[in-house]
Design a binder for this molecule. Sequence first.
Ligand code: CTP
Length: 396
Amino acid sequence: MHIKGKHILLGITSSIAAYKAAFLVRELIKSGAEVQVIMTKDATAFITPLTLSTLSKRPVYIDFFKPETGEWNNHVELGSWADIMLIAPATANTIAKMANGYCDNLLLATYLSAKCPVFFAPAMDLDMYAHPTTKTNIQKLSDNGNILIPAGKGELASGLDGEGRLAEIPEILQIIDNHFNPKLKGKRILITAGPTYEKIDPVRFIGNFSSGKMGFALAKAFAEQGANVHLVSGVTNQTANHPKIKVHSIVSADEMFDKCMEFLPKSDYIIMSAAVADFKPKSTAKNKIKKEKNDLKSIELIPNKDILFEMGKKKSKKQVLVGFALEDKNEVLNAKTKIEKKNLDYIVLNSLNDKGAGFGTDTNKVTLIDKKLKMIELPLASKTEIAKQLVELITK
Ligand code: CTP
C-alpha cells in the first residue's frame, strides 16, 4: 500500500452503505493514512459521528460552524489539507448537487474548494443509478475530472438485485492505492479514436458512425494509471478532461497518419481504436457541388493508407501495438489474420452481431486476442469498465 502519510478527506453521505464507511476508515488508518471525515447531516442517521471520530482519531465535521462557540469549520483549509477527497458513499442527491455547483452543506462547500483529485463512489438503488439524470450527472462529474469508482452489482438494501451497490472496500482501497502508486507512471501511450472524415467537397464527407467512446475510455484508463497519453481523435463530442491526456484533433485519415507517425517513435503502447475510413475520394471538389448540374453520378474512391499496417512495419520489439477489428462474419478468423498481417501484439475484436457492442453504445463486449492467438473474452460491460480491463491485460 502507498497510502501511508497521505491526507484523505472522506465525505460520507446518507446512503445505507454509510455504515461501510467505518470499515473504509479503519482500513485507511491501518494503511497509515490520515483521514478527516466530513458527513452530511442525514448521513449521521446511518452511522454515528462518534464511531467515525473514534476510528479516524479526529473530530468529524458536519456543520459550517459550532453554534455554541461560533467556531468555524474552514472548508477552504480542509480542501487544501487533502491529498485526495473521496466521497463514499455518494448518493444521487449529493452527486446531483456536485454536478451543479450546489453548496448547501460543509461537504459540498469543501468539494467546491478542493484542488486535489476527487473520487466518488455512488451507492443507491438500481433505478436511481440507472436514471438518465443520474447518468448525466455522473458523466458531468467525470468530464470535470472527478474520478468515478463505479457502483457494483448485487443485492441492494431495497431487496432488489442490480447495479447500485457501493464498490467493495478492497476495490476502493486498490483504486486509491493505484492513484498514489500509478502502475504506468512514465509510460507513453498513443491512442487513436473516433471516425475519420474524407472530404468530397468543402461541406460533405464520407465518414462512419464511430462515437470515439471506446478510445476516450481507453485514454482515461491509461491516464488514471499514471501514463502520459496522446489521443489522436477524429470528429467526436467526447471530452477528455484529464491532465495526462493531450488530445490532437484531426479530420481525415491522412491527418491521423501524420500524427501517428509523429508519436510512434515516442510511444510504449499504441492503441489503434479509431474507425479509419478505408477509402477517400480521389479528389476533393474545390467548390460545393451543385445539384443543378446533376452530374454527380459517382465518386471515384482511392484507398487510404492503412495506418496500423504502416505502424506494424515500423514498430520496435519493445513497443506494444494493439489493433481493433470490427467484424460481422468469421470474426475470430479475420481478427487472427489481422494480427499476422499487421504485425500486432494484440487485437481487440468487436462483433457486429453482439447486442450492446460496437459503434455509439455506452457498453461493449470484446475478445482480446494476443499474437500467440490466446483469446480472452470480456463480457458485456460499460466502455469504461472494458477499457480498464483491456489496460490491465495489455500492460501485464
Ligand atoms: N486501420 C488503420 N488504417 C486504415 C484502416 C484501418 O489503421 N486505413 C486500423 C483500425 O484502426 C483498426 C484496424 O486497422 O485498428 C482494423 O480495421 P478494419 O477496418 O477492421 O480492418 P481492415 O484492415 O481495414 O480490413 P477490412 O476492412 O477488410 O475488415
